[in-house]
Design a binder for this molecule. Structure first.
Ligand code: MN
Length: 369
């Protein structure tokens, strides 16, 4: 390698120049991240070349970034600075995705824990028991040959799944089927967190089972937006770009966040909502249930209130029918059956370019059979 021995620095001198401890340098050497330019065969002393200073600083900074050692090695071994930059960027994208998931989980837990108390007060205990009235409808639309959407509404579960890929219909159906177990079992008192964990786990596993059943057919996966009814709360499980809306006290608002690439660009301020609406890649998902087992859904709890109306829908409704029009139908149509029929109708009257699915559920005081 033609090391100029006269320019070599002792480990002490190099450590001072690199603003690192000799101990750190010995560690980097042992880990293969920064081998000395020369090791004296007799004394075992380590010597470093001045050109190694940048590398030493880079390793120290990557460690400060929290990068695991195996990945630091990949950055160090990168053949050019462009490849090294890509390694760092990929690592940071993973950190941010992980952080976003953890932030959502933290918010969910804060929510869950702060709701526990009021539920136990006598006033809420004495409240009238609530139930849901619901309807679901899924339609292929006017352009697509098959329907890859799944819509379901039952006594404990409301769900919409929008499958994609060659086995998309099976993927969506598998995710919803996995949750249907809750219809039979119900949600045990005090067991909501476990039920959610199991539901998410089983839906993910069911979709992976479909997605990997025949690898030759290519990637398959699904969105999933579901509400689990506990009798006093609705637990939301959401991944992808299907949506949930809530109509409460005349206000109609989206309670899910689209997991699309354009939505993350909006969040970053790189795109306006208007630009996103016509973006050619607006349907590209940032998260979905599929072969990537690490993709986790958002979880949220909503206290049920008599008079609330929930709408779940696939993007075949939300990207085709303007929100104002959806709101108008949801507000004006009393019967859930009629509401889902009207919404699907509106999508098809606008050309029905995609499969369209709607679930409408009303929270009402139990009729006391
Ligand atoms: Mn769709």
């Amino acid at each position: 390698m033609g090391v100029d021995d006269t320019a070599l620095l002792t480990i002490g001198a190099f450590a001072r120049a690199a603003r690192l401890s000799p101990k750190a340098l010995r560690l980097y050497d042992e880990l293969g991240l920064l081998p000395p330019a020369r090791v004296d065969p007799l004394t075992g002393y380590r010597f470093y070349a001045p050109e190694q200073l940048d590398q030493a600083r880079l390793v120290a900074w990557l460690r400060r970034l929290g990068m695991p050692l195996a990945r630091i090695r990949r950055v160090c071994e990168a053949t050019d600075t462009g490849a090294a930059a890509r390694e760092v960027r990929a690592f940071w994208a993973e950190v941010e995705a992980d952080l976003a998931t953890r932030r959502d989980l933290a918010a969910f837990l804060v929510d869950h824990l702060s709701r526990k108390e009021p539920l136990m007060t006598p006033t809420t205990q004495a409240a009238h028991p609530l139930e849901i009235r619901y309807a679901a409808l899924s339609d292929a639309g006017l352009v697509r040959e098959s329907n890859q959407d799944t819509a379901y509404a039952g006594a404990h579960l409301l769900a919409v799944a929008d499958g994609f890929g060659p086995r998309g219909a099976s993927a969506g159906a598998a995710a919803v089927d996995a949750l249907k177990r809750l219809e039979a079992d119900g949600i045990p008192a005090g067991g909501l967190l476990n039920v959610l964990e199991d539901a998410v786990e089983q839906a993910g596993r069911a979709v992976r089972g479909v997605a990997t059943a025949d690898p030759s057919t290519g990637a398959a996966g699904t969105t999933l937006t579901a509400l689990l009814w506990t009798g006093s709360q609705l637990a939301l499980v959401h991944i992808g770009d299907s949506r949930a809306y809530l109509l409460r006290d005349g206000e109609f608002f989206q309670i899910t966040h689209d997991h699309t690439l354009v939505q993350s660009m909006i969040d970053d301020g790189r795109l306006t909502p208007e630009e996103a609406a016509s973006h050619p890649q607006r349907s590209l998902l940032a998260r979905a249930l599929g072969t990537d087992g690490a993709a986790t859904p958002d979880l949220r709890l909503h206290d049920a209130r008599a008079g609330d109306r929930y709408l779940l829908c696939s993007d075949g409704l939300s990207t085709v029918v303007p929100t104002q029009e959806v709101r108008q139908v949801i507000t004006a149509t009393d019967d859930p059956e009629q509401a889902v029929r009207e919404l699907v109708d509106r999508a098809n009257r606008s050309g029905g370019p995609d499969n369209v699915s709607c679930v409408v559920a009303d929270v009402c005081e139990a009729s006391g059979r």
